[in-house]
Design a protein around this ligand. Structure first.
Ligand code: 6PG
Ligand code: NI
Length: 187
């Protein structure tokens, strides 16, 4: 019998995960066409600007049923036109797989949309806790002047369906209007 230390740790101050079975992804502006509405501002901004970074602890194989993944996303502060830096957003490939998000640093908005394209949003802040039902598309947006960081936990067989959002977007856009974030219906 032995008592061992875990291979992985979390830094609660910023959500950083350390240890084994980690993946890191950096999302540059150039990888995010069709996300922001203002094409002119998109083209006038450095394509190599980092918009967000994802880190995830994948203790089991992607696609395995019954496992869990644990991640952290940071979104840098900034805007393209009047839209704040945000993630691509997605439905899960297996539509009944839910997810938890929790705010760690900064100020954000979790944009949610169901299959009928009804969109709503939740405030994210250090300590906010969000249950994202399966079937619900999710995108995160940094509305603050510092880094937004949040944690996530989701089933290892959830997968990502980016196509739907790439093609049709969300039915509302979060814009800064007179210095305040406002949800604007699309069309
Ligand atoms: C997931 C999570 C989360 C998400 C990142 C980046 O299902 O894996 O929702 O880890 O992937 O926050 O957002 P995008 O995947 O939309 O780029
Ligand atoms: Ni997800």
């Amino acid at each position: 019998l032995s008592i061992i230390d875990t291979a992985n740790t979390i830094d609660y101050s910023n959500g950083e995960i350390k240890g084994e079975s980690l993946i890191n992804a950096t999302k540059y502006l150039k990888e995010l066409p069709n996300i922001f509405e203002d094409q002119q501002s998109f083209e006038n901004t450095d394509p190599n600007k980092i918009i967000y970074e994802v880190q995830a602890f994948l203790p089991v194989k992607e696609g395995l049923e019954g496992g869990l993944f644990f991640g952290k996303t940071i979104i840098y502060p900034g805007k393209i036109g009047d839209e704040y830096f945000m993630t691509k957003g997605h439905f899960h490939e297996k539509p009944d797989r839910g997810e938890f998000y929790w705010g760690i640093q900064g100020e954000g908005i979790l944009l949610l949309m169901d299959k009928n394209r009804n969109t709503w949003a939740e405030k994210m802040y250090p300590g906010s806790l969000h249950y994202i039902n399966g079937h619900i598309a999710h995108r995160t947006i940094n509305i603050g002047e510092s880094i937004l960081s949040f944690g996530a936990c989701w089933p290892s067989d959830a997968g990502h369906n980016y196509q739907e959002i790439m093609d049709n977007g969300f039915s509302a856009r979060l814009k800064e209007i007179k210095g305040k974030p406002q949800l604007i219906p699309v069309r």
